[in-house]
Design a protein around this ligand. Structure first.
Ligand SMILES: [Mg+2]
Length: 301
């Protein structure tokens, strides 16, 4: 039996949350965040720093641990250790790609324009999963837009960082996609036990992953494999990089576009198109679920 048209939103279908997940460096910002913030304040040349980091990688360091180690043990940081307060303060220097600060409100406006969004109580949540530094990102101007920001974190004592307590790299980024998928967002919540699809908070089919590079391949692959939507972005100031062409050829992403987040950009058009697809799919599935529930309530077999 069809539902009565009351004009009120129907929130009985629980898979009505859309998850938009972003890489940060090279995706929302043209630079590595350490360059806009720490290197500038400590007077460090980025080429020197990354060369030292590469040297550690050659010695067997995991790439993210290499830079986190340098930020603790390199001479400049021995003399003047990082502090959480300094990282918070420096966050204001982060440079964004065009349109990023206004992008989230534009997504909200677009969703509000779709009648199915109100009808089914559909809403969007934004997440960052980054190999950069949480202490910087959590104080960035756009931080309040995100339900969770996952990034590398140190444990600090009064003098500075004592140990990296959370390290996020290319491959363990996928753990956080599953946290978002299962709704187990806290680090102390186990995510390895089986959870039926029905109980997962945000199905992958409701997810959009936006990243820029081969470092996003594991996340894009997981997103795609489970029915989600992956979009690659690249620096608008340069020709389309080979690595992005490769992501398309290898089927890692469904779309690619310059990292221009303004309303009239190709990227925004792709995002609107993808949101529309997800919204219509949620409405279809919700309506089907209602039919099944009605039959079950009225003696269906
Ligand atoms: Mg990146």
């Amino acid at each position: 039996m069809p539902r009565k048209k009351t004009g009120k939103k129907n929130t009985s279908y629980h898979h009505n949350v859309i998850g938009m997940v972003y890489d940060f460096d090279g995706t929302l910002s043209p630079n590595n965040m350490q360059e806009d913030t720490i290197f500038r304040a400590w007077g460090i040349h980025k080429k020197d720093f990354w060369a030292k980091s590469d040297a550690l990688v050659k010695r067997g360091y995991e790439r993210t641990l290499a830079y986190l180690s340098l930020l603790m043990h390199d001479e400049a940081f021995q003399k003047k250790p990082l502090t959480r307060e300094a990282l918070h303060r420096l966050a204001r220097h982060i440079e964004y790609y065009p349109g990023v600060p206004g992008f989230f409100a534009a997504v909200d406006r677009y969703l509000k324009s779709l009648p199915q969004v109100r009808e089914w109580g559909i809403r969007v949540e934004h997440y960052i999963i980054s190999s950069g530094m949480k202490e910087i990102l959590e104080n960035a101007g756009i931080a309040k837009r995100f339900k969770r920001i996952y990034a590398c974190e140190y444990e600090y004592d009064a003098k500075g960082p004592v140990f990296p307590k959370l390290v996020i790299n290319d491959t363990n980024k996928t753990q956080f996609l599953f946290r978002i998928n299962k709704g187990r967002l806290e680090m102390n919540e186990d995510i390895n036990d089986h959870m039926p699809e029905e109980n997962r908070r945000i199905p992958f089919s409701n997810m959009i992953y936006i990243g820029d590079s081969i470092t996003d391949i594991p996340s894009m692959t997981v997103t795609n494999r489970y029915g989600g939507h992956a979009i690659a972005v690249f620096d608008p100031r340069i020709p389309i990089p080979e690595k992005v062409k490769r992501l398309v050829i290898d089927g890692r992403v469904s779309h690619f576009a310059p990292a221009d987040f303004r309303s009239a950009s190709l990227l925004m058009k792709i995002v609107r198109r993808t949101l529309s697809k997800i919204v219509h799919s949620i409405a279809y599935n919700a309506s089907s679920a209602m039919s099944h529930a009605w039959v079950a309530r009225h003696g269906g077999v």
